[in-house]
Design a protein. Structure first.
Length: 438
């Protein structure tokens, strides 16, 4: 027999330390961390239920012996626990399935299921092909473009059961969390101007900043008490814990929101800003990690048409819908109210992510030209042109030529002819500090 048996292969977990031997309360937090406050409120008063081992309470409370382990018996301790926490019937099966996965590890390590074993779930739309219940959505755009105004309008319409993007919505409550706008001076005035029901819109009134993922349990506590149909986070990056450019940090922040939306069938909209440089794929324009956009099931770009002054909101990603629609709106003064309101113009073929795109690309390519010449030094005109003909966002050489001409006219690069009778480009000596050699 080998002398050294210290690898992880030989490690044995003691029976008392197995997950299913921990308390029901601990396992509830494991499978749904956002339930922390709700569980804490009742666990100590009901230790006979929440302090009991998960495996014991699961075997007693479900149809395990009848080969129905996901069926919770009426009046059982698990049923009582769900009631004490405040979970509605439709929210319980997913928690039960997650607990079952922990208990069944003693006999079955599989985390996979055949589709025939899973119950069907229909897509539940708040606004058809636009906003879906049970998932998260991203609204992106540059500063002062109308992101907060359109989400305030959506909030107001949900609060009274009005029409949004041509569809009537069911009246419901909204949790509107903003870290940039005053709840009394700005948000309340907007909701009033847009005809919302102030009794159905809750805001962050505390001076303490709410951040994620640690703030998810406070949001969950509100959801359990008031059952909103919509949550707005404006902007998400100011509520970020950790590095917003890190994929790992992004998932730690966004995944609990995904779980909360799914468990309670609530729609979540979070707002984010875009950078100055516009990418060919508009879904890559949001600030921070690409994971923030990737996890959202739908993404909307908001922009202003410089020619008409109209504001356009366009769906640029729709994982669960069949269409990517665009809607035209304006922000107008509202007589008798402090705040302006949104005036809706209707569906449009104009795409927000295509507006003013050539100007944005010119700026991006100007930066690329400067970076390229800084690293390469002088470059013959034809060689420079060939290099940028492969630049993936230029679309056409006209865009490159406009960018290059703009840099020459502003003096940021210079064009000159050498003895070989060819034209060259470089960054001027006054910028680089090098002597000019003609």
């Amino acid at each position: 027999m080998a002398k050294d048996l210290s690898s992880s292969l030989w490690e044995v977990t003691e029976e008392k330390d197995l997950q299913y031997n921990l308390s029901l309360a601990d396992n509830l937090i494991t499978v749904a961390g956002f339930l922390f406050i709700a569980v804490k409120k009742v666990a100590r008063k009901h230790k006979d239920i929440f302090g009991k081992r998960l495996i014991s309470i699961f075997l007693e409370s479900t149809g395990w012996s009848e080969n129905e382990p996901l069926k919770v018996k009426l009046g059982s301790q698990l049923d009582q626990a769900y009631t004490l926490i405040g979970l509605q019937q439709r929210e319980r099966p997913k928690i039960t399935k997650a607990l079952y996965d922990i208990v069944s590890l003693q006999t079955d390590n599989s985390k996979f299921s055949f589709l025939s074993e899973l119950e069907d779930e229909d897509i539940d739309w708040l606004i058809p092909n636009m906003i879906q219940l049970g998932v998260i959505h991203q609204f992106q755009g540059s500063m002062d473009i109308g992101k907060s105004m359109i989400t305030a309008d959506i909030t107001a319409k949900v609060s009274v059961g009005g029409h949004i993007f041509g569809h009537q919505v069911t009246k419901g409550k909204v949790l509107y969390i903003s870290t940039e706008d005053s709840p009394t001076k700005v948000i309340k005035q907007r909701i009033k101007s847009m005809g919302g029901d102030l009794n159905n819109v809750a805001v962050l009134s505390s001076r303490d900043m709410l951040t994620f993922p640690s703030g998810i349990d406070q949001v969950n506590d509100f959801v359990l008490q008031h059952r909103p149909s919509l949550i707005v986070l404006d902007p998400i990056l100011s509520m970020f814990e950790g590095d917003m450019n890190s994929e790992t940090s992004a998932r730690k922040v966004i995944v609990p929101l995904v779980q909360l939306a799914d468990y309670y069938n609530v729609a979540i909209i979070y707002i984010t800003h875009t950078g100055k440089a516009k990418k060919e794929n508009a879904n890559h324009n949001g600030l921070g990690s690409q994971g923030i956009t990737a996890i959202a099931r739908a993404n909307f770009e908001i922009a202003v048409d410089d020619d008409t002054g109209e504001r356009i909101i366009s769906c640029i990603k729709n994982n669960n819908g069949s269409q990517k629609l665009s809607w035209s709106f304006e922000i107008v003064e509202h007589e008798g109210f402090v705040a302006p309101r949104v005036k809706h113009n209707g569906l449009t073929k104009v795409k927000a992510h295509e507006l003013n795109k050539s100007e944005a690309l010119v700026e991006e390519i100007k930066t690329e030209i400067l970076d390229y010449l800084e690293s390469e030094g002088e470059k013959e005109a034809k060689a420079l042109r060939v290099y940028f003909s492969n630049f993936d966002t230029s679309n056409s050489m006209r865009t490159f030529e406009n960018a290059r001409a703009s840099l020459v006219s502003s003096g940021k690069i210079e064009k000159y002819k050498k003895a070989d009778n060819k034209y060259y480009y470089r960054i001027p000596a006054s910028t680089t500090g090098e002597d000019v050699k003609m």
